[in-house]
Design a binder for this molecule. Structure first.
Ligand code: G6P
Ligand code: MG
Length: 218
């Protein structure tokens, strides 16, 4: 039986993946790397430095910069992202998410956060959702990013639950791979053609309810 939910943040709880994309798009333009929807999708769930490396590789520029220069570009993207976050309020919470979190709490489910973002505490606070989560995996402590199972395995661990007692919620392909690798039930939010391998898929968070989930898992 499922006792806990391990949540991704960007693109699942909040509409912040749009801000991440916008900030990366701007940097890609500056680096002279062509932006595409495919690249935007491939960046979802990927850590800051891995994202920069993927952008550089896409443009055939993976050997053009020193580590120090790359650090500076990653910091620049983050400054840009933080500026975009400044205007963010509760309207950035994705449809139905607050009701779902409240329903999960009411039914005694345990919640943790498995976001690759170092900005996740800030985002949860700003949206007034931090109190729903009893634990968070600090991505700075991870050896491997998504699609490695580590982050979702730790998401169950921090709740004191077994993986099979947890469901993970993700909008990224690499995130679904991480959940499945950890041995948890995977819930995909978005295009099922991209999120192949998800145990359950909802096109939008507005469909993410306990009733729909129970029906889909039955
Ligand atoms: C999430 C987002 C990615 C982002 C990553 C790192 O996984 O989906 O787009 O690159 O977090 O975020 P950070 O805020 O630490 O740069
Ligand atoms: Mg995400």
């Amino acid at each position: 039986d499922i006792k806990g939910f391990v949540f991704d943040l960007d693109g699942v709880i909040a509409d912040t993946s749009v801000y991440h994309s916008q900030a990366w798009h701007q940097l890609a333009d500056e680096l002279g790397v062509a932006w595409s929807e495919e690249l935007a999708d491939n960046l979802k769930g990927v850590s800051r430095m891995d994202s920069l490396n993927l952008i550089l590789k896409t443009g055939g520029k993976e050997n053009d910069y020193t580590e120090a220069e790359k650090e500076a570009y990653a910091t620049k993207k983050n400054t840009n992202y933080l500026n975009l976050l400044k205007g963010m309020d509760k309207t950035a919470i994705l449809p139905g998410i607050e009701a779902f979190l409240a329903d999960l709490a009411k039914h005694g489910y345990r919640l943790s956060l498995a976001s690759a973002s170092k900005n996740s505490p800030l985002v949860l606070e700003q949206l007034g959702l931090a109190h729903y989560f009893e634990a968070r995996v600090d991505p700075a402590t991870l050896k491997h990013g998504k699609p490695d199972p580590e982050i979702f395995a730790r998401g169950a661990e921090v709740l004191g639950l077994k993986p099979e007692e947890c469901a993970g919620v993700e909008d990224a392909k690499v995130g679904i791979q991480s959940i499945n690798g950890a041995g948890e039930t995977s819930i995909g939010i978005g295009d099922p053609a991209i999120l192949t391998g998800a145990d359950v898929n909802f096109k939008s968070t507005s469909e993410l309810t306990l009733a729909n989930l129970e029906a889909a898992l039955a």
